[in-house]
Design a protein around this ligand. Structure first.
Ligand code: ADP
Ligand code: MG
Length: 397
């Protein structure tokens, strides 16, 4: 169904670009948001719990049919015209690969084709994209793009696919076409997002349970700090954490660390010899416990009590999982010192964003506190924004 509320800015701009290029009106306009994870870090590949929310920022996609059978994609944020011959896509052959940013769009077209969806049988399509998700900041600009392209291609072809089924196809696109070993959370958040709600997601069953998260109604704000820390060595570190977690699950004789509860933790840790693996396991198990606690607090409307759990998550990521960097630690500490109820790094780590839960009247003081701390350390100036839990991918026009 077409959303009747005002179009998000990127959707307006995507439609304008299509009009400017073709002199015609778009046939359809879609929007898919980025996401931020409230809590639950590195729990996804341990089949545990996460609690993301869809952002007001996202990717708009305006479409118009073509006379040929190509999918042709342009972006307001990237150079080049990406021409995709859907039938020829093949991640295993050089001719069938699209490199660069167009690979995300091609990957989605490939995964949809492989699942039997005929995107271009009747005609090809022009797709104009525009985004206001900062790229590479850990707010999942790439998944917003993939989900927008997926919905736009399906919608234009008159095809409907359930949000969870589509999230799995987008994961296939990222893993098997783009070649990024990402999980399921980002697409699920973008596709299932709900205004005023965070999404409690069980990554084993893929069940989604929206829980109310209307910070403003509680005189609170969720402040996002883009730490601008350069990502380095991330792929190798990610792989190392995954294998430590697998080693932990193996030592404990469970299919995944999700199967260890906080109550079992002391016994479990006593059965692991490797000191590093022990700390990695402690992070994952306590983090799953914190996600459950935060979800329960949100359901009972006690949003302020969430703060200390965010800070505990940060400490666990810093000391046990060792995935923070100085910029991230300084931002989280400065936010708390300046009055935040709690703060944590969000996303895979080694940079990205910090979120802080802040009384509305303290937002300016917390922003100033983080800026001053960055200045003192000589770090690149951070970007900050207050975000609200927003609706998921949808057709807007
Ligand atoms: P994140 O998803 O956290 O923002 P990634 O490194 O996963 O970071 O994805 C960023 C990449 O996604 C960019 O390098 C680019 O290839 C692609 N991308 C993101 N937004 C856009 C956009 N608006 N137009 C074209 N490509 C984009
Ligand atoms: Mg990404």
């Amino acid at each position: 169904m077409t959303d009747r509320s005002p179009w998000p800015e990127p959707a307006v701009r995507a439609a304008d670009q299509l009009r400017a290029a073709s002199g015609a009106e778009p046939e359809q306009v879609w929007f898919a948001p980025g996401r931020v994870n409230l809590i639950g870090e590195h729990t996804d590949y341990n089949e545990g719990f996460v609690l993301p929310l869809a952002l007001p920022f996202g990717v708009g996609a305006a479409t118009r049919s073509r006379d040929d059978h190509l999918v042709v994609v342009r972006s307001g944020q990237a150079d080049g015209v990406v021409e995709i011959d859907v039938a020829a896509l093949d991640p295993a052959s050089e001719d069938g690969r699209v490199e660069g940013w167009g690979g995300y769009a091609a990957g989605v077209a490939w995964a949809l084709r492989e699942a039997g969806h005929d995107l271009v049988g009747r005609s090809g399509v022009d797709v104009f994209l525009d985004s206001d998700v900062p790229s590479g900041a850990g707010l999942s600009s790439s998944h917003a793009l993939e989900c927008a392209v997926a919905r736009a291609l399906l919608g234009r072809a008159g095809l409907e696919v359930d949000a969870t089924e589509l999230a799995l196809l987008v994961r296939t696109a990222e893993n098997d076409y783009v070649g990024a070993p990402t999980g399921i959370m980002d697409q699920m958040a973008s596709l299932h997002g709900l205004d005023g709600h965070a999404l409690f997601l069980d990554t084993r069953s893929l069940e989604v349970d929206p829980v109310p998260f209307d910070a403003a109604a509680h005189d609170l704000a969720l402040l996002v700090v883009d730490t601008r820390a350069p990502h380095a060595l991330v792929d190798g570190e990610y792989a190392e954490r995954r294998s430590s977690c697998e080693a932990g699950a193996h030592a404990l004789g469970v299919p995944a660390l999700r199967d260890v509860t906080v109550d079992d933790l002391d016994d479990a840790l006593a059965r692991i010899d490797d000191e590093v693996v022990r700390r990695r396991v402690r992070h994952v198990v306590t983090e799953d416990g914190r996600v459950l606690e935060v979800a329960a607090l949100l359901r009972s409307g006690d949003l302020r009590a969430v703060g200390p759990l965010l800070s505990a998550s940060h400490t666990s990521m810093r000391d046990d999982f060792e995935i923070t960097v100085p910029q991230v630690d300084v931002a989280a500490e400065a936010a708390e010192r300046s009055g935040a109820l709690g703060a944590r790094m969000t996303g895979g780590g080694f940079g990205g964003c910090v979120i802080a839960l802040v009384l509305r009247q303290d937002v300016a003081a917390v922003e100033a506190g983080v800026r001053a701390a960055y200045d003192e350390h000589g770090f690149t100036e951070p970007r900050t924004f207050v975000v609200t839990a927003s609706a998921g991918a949808r057709r807007v026009g």
